[in-house]
Design a protein around this ligand. Sequence first.
Ligand code: ATP
Length: 634
Amino acid sequence: MYPPQHIFQQAQHQASRALPRLLLLSRNISTLMSTSSNLPWGDVPPGVSLTELPKSNSFTARLPPDPNIPTVKDAESKPRPTPGLVKNAAFTWIKPEQTAEYELLAISPAAFDSLGLKRGEEETDDFKALVSGNKIYQEHYPWAQCYGGYQFGHWAGQLGDGRAISLFESTNPRTKVRYEWQLKGAGTTPYSRFADGKAVLRSSIREFIVSEALNALNIPTTRALSLTLLTQKKAQREVVEPCAIVCRFAQSWIRVGTFDLPYTRNDRNLTRKLADYTIEEVYGGVENLVEPRETEPDGPPNKYELLYREIVRRNAKTVAYWQAYGFMNGVLNTDNTSILGLSLDFGPFSFMDNFDPSFTPNHDDESLRYSYRNQPTIIWWNMVRLGEALAELFGMGSRVDEENFIKAGIEQDDVEQLTKRAEGIIDRAGEEYKDIFISEYKRLMSLRLGFQTIRDTDMDEMFSTTLDLMEKLGLDFNHFFRRLSHLPISVMQNEDSRARSAEHFFNSNSSFNMPGMQEKHKADEKEKAKQEIAEWLRKWRERLAMEDGGLNDERRQMEMKRVNPKFLPKNWVLDELIQRVQRNGERDVLQKVLDMAIRPFEDHWGPQSEWQEEDRLCGDVPPQDVGMQCSCSS
Ligand SMILES: Nc1ncnc2c1ncn2[C@@H]1O[C@H](COP(=O)(O)OP(=O)(O)OP(=O)(O)O)[C@@H](O)[C@H]1O
């Protein structure tokens, strides 16, 4: 059974388990004292050229650089820095490594539109050089971000962009939305630790496609503009593999881990600068941060509390989308958790095949920490880590801008009050996280099931029973909703017709199709499954009938198809795509799959001659590939 409420019993437990850590904070504070120290794809006006696109670099202009390379001049004159610890800094100036031979494999037209970039720019040498790491704008010098993170629940220390290099920010002239461009796989940085700064083609294809697929589903995510093959570059993973660069972009690449690092280093100056930067530049000012709904027992919230609450809200919404669409990130470490609630870092991710709430797509995740059912809890766990990092700032309330506090931190006498206040804020944020997750999840599930209203009873009576049915019978999570979207009400009129349409939901991997089952047993199980689905369809029809016009096929089918995708980049599709591009040298298939990913609700994408192939890519998961897991190697 997968009732999301139960998840939150765990989440609250996690929150209360975080309290001893917050108490520890008061010790840190006294130590410090003594040291004083979305646009729809398609119909969009033409954009501008790469040269015309307004560019900026607020991140590097406002935050402190690596003290070993304090200026761009130093970055130009000194040898490429070797990996090591970087303190009191938010980034290091560093250029992408140049590569003589490369091939632009694919671009995302949807990404061009979001950036306000003119289609056709991909034909220019400038574009190709930029997205392959061979061109920079000297006045917007590139950099790698410094961050840390909790990995699998343990503090991992300094991480940072070890193979991603940010190029500049650009603002879409029409929407005024600013994005930071970044190349992943562009060479080593001081944050590369023991690794090679490269990304392999396999994982780059996965990131390129899924970023754009999530965006098309309206799920907040980092984006991908282009995929470039580095024709001469190879990297040693389990085997030797070709390398690639994804040019990606996001409104911000700041992660929870970006705050974790200065917090664990007791670097209060940097924590504050990062928080101010996030409020002013990422969220566009304190006026864009929503006040909490409830009255605060310890006085009005300061801007850092508003920031924390907004980050928590965004993440609650995103995780609700993941759960409603069966998306699993696979490695929800704090360095992969965005302060904008974006889906971030696409390693061993997966869209759910047959519904199994305890499924983890990460081959190395033995404890199922990052399984589907744990995602809401884990994101809340990460939010508590962020709360700890910001606790001193929001715990100070209205006194946060006092000169003494800025210079020397909290005084011993204030520790108790600050800690109490901070704990209260985190607790209340936890309540809001839970409420927002549940209400967003209900909204999305209602839409997916074709309901026009959200009813409290649906959680148990419709959502949980739907998921139970899928789990028990081994039904494909996504196909279930899409196939339901097509069913006319007339086939649900009587028992016989319901039982006949039940077969619509079967797939070659359903519970009664297990290899080795006797034919007789199979037939019996199939009959039982049909009855169970038919009974569910009866209840569903009853629920639809409760709404005005609920039984109107035309409206319902149209609305359901708009939220229930026909195509999702399942692992088996991505695997096949990788084989075809990497081994067979095919190219067109990449743009084809991307096209399907960025318009996932269509019935068909190409001419009729391609429909059979499109249907295969949208169809049953090949039996040997159901529940395919991936390793972290990328
Ligand atoms: N091949 C590599 N070379 C250098 N650093 C790497 C490499 N692979 C991973 N890292 C670094 O290890 C850390 C954890 O890796 P992870 O796979 O979560 O991130 P990533 O996929 O490289 O980056 P991102 O989170 O930006 O998508 C990150 O700091 C990352 O930069």
